[in-house]
Design a protein around this ligand. Structure first.
Ligand SMILES: Cc1ncc(COP(=O)(O)O)c(C=O)c1O
Length: 475
């Protein structure tokens, strides 16, 4: 597809600007050369962006089972609420506007109730940013107690990849512990890893294999007895929200991904929202100003010297919180657990339809996602996870997450989410089964897939290592 610059024709234009009614600027500050802009008609531009839009794939286009990402449908009412002028047009320094403060305060209250925490900050702009913030709370807690030798964070190998990365970024040493054969934390290995230098444990639950750790209370007990704190990666809350609360399982802090569980759109690197909740004893260390309510009036309460300091401006991505709050109001108290139940039901239904044909790693009931391994198939006839993922695109299905989790070879991680119907899941299962049969009889067809998409198999390594980010003007 051509870029706008390649479509440009000298002299073509579409601007209908009114005559200039202000003095033209002085020569010292005018451009010395013409601005290099593409010259196009409105039709050219309109068709260009329509063509581009057709080449993208979103939750509104079709099934999007991107494991670990909870690509659920984002209700339109969320957008309508976030577009209300009173929310959309507010400036962050108008920090006394009661409606906005009330929304943030109530959203905090609801999310604390869902997670079993006592306080929450909306500053972090993404899940990993929330992890960093939560870990800094843990760090501050140990520092203020004089326990500076507590510099290790235990991370099971079934954790999301951002967990060890965030720990290292906060200056902790990461202690990786292997999972037991059932995919849960190996309690003996955890006991061995805990000691005087343990700052805490970071647990992704349900983990990256889609398993809820059956020993969860024992895990937090072991870590607490060793003097460490427990961090819950709550990005997979979609499987458990409204059913069980991390705060009741013994966790001291948590981050949520509003852009996953709470139906706000995923942006390319943002704007997301990764609020961090904590128990009361960590509250003084939270970043940003706290919103306090007194006799129905809301006000900002500045942080004391114990705070870790701001991790982002104001209250983070405010409009994302508006969308998540709208979602919570739409669901109500009964709707939140319904979401989790249906997310788990949909994953188990699809897993059931596929597991006699595909090699699924979770043998029992899974939570909101499950993992297929193509390892055996690849050994037999070379058909890989990548080949299946590419072939799915020909059927209007977004590929599942590939080659993750790292502890499964040739992994395809499937997360259907609760917003898909039984008809869609049946249709998707039929396509997966068809592709499996094709892989056995005509592997070449899969190696060369996709056959009908605009882009087939780009050189992803070169694209990542040597990205071309600028149009190469030849003059
Ligand atoms: C379990 C888990 N933790 C953390 C993250 C990181 O979130 P983000 O991509 O918003 O930084 C993700 C992302 O999907 C996740 O699935």
């Amino acid at each position: 597809m051509k870029t706008l610059f390649e479509r440009s024709v000298t002299g073509r234009h579409c601007t209908i600007l009114p005559a200039c009614d202000v003095p033209e600027c002085t020569p010292e500050i005018t451009r010395k050369s013409e601005m290099r802009l593409p010259e196009l008609s409105e039709t050219d531009i309109s068709r260009h962006y329509t063509e581009l839009a057709k080449q993208t794939f979103g939750v509104n286009d079709g099934f999007y089972p991107l494991g670990s990402c909870t690509m659920k449908y984002n209700p339109k009412i969320n957008e309508t609420a976030a577009a209300l002028p009173g929310f959309k047009n507010i400036h962050p320094t108008q920090d006394h506007v009661q409606g906005c403060l009330e929304l943030l305060h109530t959203a905090e209250e609801y999310l604390c109730e869902i997670t079993g925490m006592d306080a929450m900050t909306f500053q972090p702009a993404a899940g990993a940013h929330g992890e960093m913030t939560g870990l800094l709370l843990i760090k501050r807690y140990h520092e203020l107690k004089g326990n500076t030798q507590r510099n290790k964070i235990i991370v099971p190998d079934s954790a999301h990849g951002t967990n060890p990365a965030s720990s290292a970024m906060c200056g902790f040493t990461v202690i990786n512990i292997p999972s037991a054969p059932d995919g849960c934390v190996d309690l003996d290995k955890l006991r061995e890893a805990c000691g005087e230098d343990t700052a805490g444990l970071m647990l992704t639950n349900p983990n990256t294999l889609g398993i809820f750790d059956k020993n969860i209370s024992e895990i937090t007990k072991i870590v607490h007895e060793a003097g460490g704190l427990c961090y819950y990666d709550g990005a997979n809350l979609n499987a458990v929200m409204g059913i069980v609360r991390p705060g009741d399982m013994g966790f001291d802090c948590i981050h949520l991904n509003l852009h996953k569980s709470f139906s706000t759109p995923h942006g390319g690197g943002g704007p997301g929202s990764g609020p961090v909740g904590c128990k009361a004893f960590l509250e003084p260390y939270l970043p940003g100003e706290r919103i306090v309510e007194k006799d129905g009036e809301y006000a900002l309460d500045p942080r004391g010297a114990e705070s870790i300091g701001a991790v982002r401006g104001f209250h983070g991505n405010f409009l994302v919180v508006v969308k998540a709050f709208t979602y919570l109001l739409t669901l109500g108290r009964e709707g939140v657990p319904e979401v989790a139940k249906n997310a788990v039901l949909n994953a188990n239904y699809l897993k059931h339809l596929l597991e006699t044909t595909y090699d699924v790693t979770n043998k029992g009931i899974c939570m909101h996602e499950f993992v297929i391994t193509m390892e055996e198939m690849k050994k037999i006839n070379g058909v890989s996870a990548m080949d299946i993922a590419k072939a799915l695109q020909d059927y209007g299905i977004h590929p599942p997450t590939m080659y993750f989790p790292l502890n499964v070879h040739e992994a395809l991680m499937v997360e259907p989410t609760e917003t898909e119907t039984k008809e869609t899941l049946d249709e998707v299962a039929k396509i997966f089964l068809e592709l499996h049969a094709k892989a056995l009889e005509d592997p070449e067809y899969l190696h060369s897939a996709p056959h009908h998409s605009a882009i087939t198999r780009p050189d992803e390594v070169t694209a990542a290592r040597k990205p071309v980010l600028r149009f190469p003007f030849n003059d």
